[in-house]
Design a protein around this ligand. Structure first.
Ligand code: SF4
Length: 260
């Protein structure tokens, strides 16, 4: 589950407690503070959620990384684990000088596994990273610039063909490293939307993503922020086994409640 939690570095402290953290992030143009809110949608839907959450929590400042490669590695390492564990793996890669395509591509599978071990599923994730690097080399001459210059829909299709890269990881790469407007419809998003009757309880990733894409303009800055804000709601209030609706900023958007 994607949940980067500290804006200046890959934190190992786990879930953040406060709003609006500052620091470097990628790409920087996605982190514009004070960007105008989108107008309220005619159907009064998810834009209201977005405005309410931004008012409550402030800008979240995702994704915490200094390069696109860090975003990509973070998106892979956080699969099926907490961000804290993924951050430990990123920290070890940084300390080893591996947050660079050249040494990372040259390192042995065993060394890579060892470095990312704290992130869990380290053999599988090392295979995914190496597979991505191989494809990047073959398809784009090892250049992230060339990769991201590909039309976004086509790049998304290609990335989804790579072993170990599912839609949540691919969309995180496209949104947070590429600045492309693909909403990351993770488990937090699906749980919140399902509890509010926006999607069915058993809706999948694609359906949840489409509900966001239909409701909000295709704007990477808004998708970036809204995803981070929904994660915050999921962590604080809309937990898997307990919905703390009484204190949740989205309570007024529950079916049958009057939205403010
Ligand atoms: S905790 Fe309740 S009000 Fe908040 S998002 Fe979940 S279902 Fe909605």
């Amino acid at each position: 589950m994607l949940q980067p939690s500290d804006a200046s570095t890959y934190s190992t402290r786990g879930t953040p407690a406060g709003p609006a953290r500052k620091g470097k992030s990628v790409p920087s143009q996605l982190m514009q503070r004070g960007k105008s809110l989108p107008p309220v949608a005619q159907n009064g839907d998810l834009r209201g959620y977005y405005r309410r959450l931004l008012e409550e929590f402030g800008s979240q400042g995702w994704w915490p990384a200094e390069t696109r490669l860090e975003v990509i590695l973070g998106a892979i390492l956080t699969q099926n684990t907490t961000w804290r564990n993924a951050a430990l793996g990123i920290g070890r890669l940084r300390d080893a000088g591996m947050l660079d395509l050249v040494p990372l591509s040259a390192t042995s599978p065993a060394r890579l596994q060892s470095l990312i071990r704290p992130a869990g599923f380290f053999r599988q994730k090392a295979r995914t990273i190496r597979g991505f690097l191989r494809w990047l080399d073959e398809a784009h001459g090892g250049s992230l610039d060339r990769m991201f210059s590909q039309p976004a829909e086509s790049l998304r299709f290609d990335l989804l063909q790579l072993k170990g890269l599912g839609p949540e990881t691919v969309d995180a790469i496209l949104l947070y490293a590429g600045g492309e407007p693909f909403f990351v419809a993770d488990a937090y998003t699906r749980r919140i939307l399902a509890r509010h009757g926006v999607i069915a309880a058993d809706a999948g990733y694609h359906e949840a993503q489409q509900s966001i894409h239909r409701s909000l303009d295709r704007d990477a800055t808004v998708y970036n922020e809204f995803h981070a804000l929904l994660v915050e709601v999921g962590k604080r209030y809309c937990r898997r086994r307990e919905a703390r609706c009484g204190s949740c900023p989205l309570q007024s958007f529950l079916p049958g409640m009057a939205a403010v």
